[in-house]
Write a protein that binds this ligand. Structure first.
Ligand code: PHE
Length: 338
């Protein structure tokens, strides 16, 4: 019995579970050894101590052997588990698909960074706007013919989708406390016009409004800021040009072009190709008055830039609608990190 049991313990058991079963088989309540001990009552008084001692010895041997075997098996099972769960840290990783800011947001972020660096605050305004801010306070009373310049989505006669970010000028001017210092702000955001979409028109697009009001602001300040922006976005070898224009809320008003390619001192003026990118001008006294600011004491400039236009120029995008179709094949081309 002992020989058999020892042999089974050493060879037949390949897991801790097997071992337990074997243990029950030999030493359990109905185990072989237990049977023998139970049979002791049938033995003669002379045989009893001999067999008893032998049975005890066998039990001790088996118990010891089982414990030893258990240690070996547990170690083996642990090793096997560790082996299976090993990570090969030298395998190349699987790339994680990452998103990125929309290309227009990237342009707007760049502009914001630059203006914040020049001490401007960034202001938000509502896209569903009152006629009062979008038009009336911007020197465009109800019957003003220049309202036709901006085909408007009206919600009611007094509420509309803003056609420009200029109403944020009126809202900010109205709130500003000039005893705390000059007003320098930009306001990026979406605007809406009842245009038919085509390659260069979208019923929804973006503007970045700018407004600086203080004492003694000149048109030279305006041109300096715009040149700095053009250099930052397109490179220091690009030039800008101011052309006279008309907006109801600025006087004088200008349209601003940026050179398509680089301009050096050898470039002939007639060889420069100009692209219109924004409207600007010196803030009209009526706009200041409507917001409760004295035009005799304060004045300044305003501009409205088109980030969609900037992005089209910068990346050679030929159709503005690409920005609004959410086609990832288009959008992932403008990965800032790539
Ligand atoms: N709001 C004008 C437009 O949408 C742009 C502009 C802004 C012009 C500020 C002058 C000053 O066309």
């Amino acid at each position: 019995l002992r020989e058999n049991a020892l042999h089974e313990i050493e060879t037949a058991t390949t897991s801790v579970k097997d071992l337990r079963q074997a243990q029950v088989g030999w030493l359990g309540k109905k185990g072989s050894l237990t049977e023998i001990l139970r049979g002791m009552k049938d033995l003669t008084p002379e045989e009893r101590p001999q067999i008893g001692a032998l049975a005890n010895e066998v039990r001790d041997t088996l118990t010891g052997a089982i414990e030893d075997r258990q240690k070996v098996l547990e170690a083996a099972e642990l090793n096997k588990q560790l082996e299976q769960e090993t990570l090969d840290v030298t395998l190349p990783g699987r790339p994680v698909q990452q998103g990125q800011p929309h290309v227009l947001q990237q342009i707007i972020d760049e502009l914001e960074d630059q203006f914040i660096g020049m001490g401007y605050q960034v202001v938000d305004g509502p896209e569903v706007e009152l006629d009062k801010y979008n038009f009336e306070m911007m020197n465009l009373p109800k019957d003003h013919p220049a309202r036709d310049m901006q085909d408007t989505f009206y919600i009611t006669s007094e509420v509309l989708m803003r056609t420009q970010t200029s109403p944020v000028q009126a809202r900010t001017l109205e709130q500003h406390d000039f005893s705390q210092g000059p007003l320098k702000m930009i306001s990026p955001g979406r605007v809406y016009r009842r245009d038919t979409d085509d390659a260069t028109h979208s019923h929804q697009f973006h503007q970045v409004e700018g407004l600086v009001i203080d004492r003694h602001i000149t048109m030279g300040d305006l041109k300096g800021i715009l040149l700095a922006v053009a250099h930052e976005l397109f490179g220091a070898d690009h030039d800008i040009r101011l052309r006279p224009s008309y907006f109801p809320f600025t006087e004088p008003s200008v349209e601003v072009d940026i050179s398509w390619g680089p301009v050096t001192k050898d470039t002939k003026p007639e060889d420069i190709e100009w692209i219109e990118v924004l409207g600007a001008g010196m803030v009209h006294p009526n706009v200041l008055k409507a917001a409760g600011v004295d035009p005799e004491e304060f004045g300044g400039f305003a501009f409205g830039m088109g980030p969609d236009r900037f992005a089209m120029l910068k990346y050679g995008v030929e159709d503005i609608r690409n920005f609004y179709l959410n086609d990832v094949r288009f959008l992932t081309q403008f990965d800032r990190k790539g």
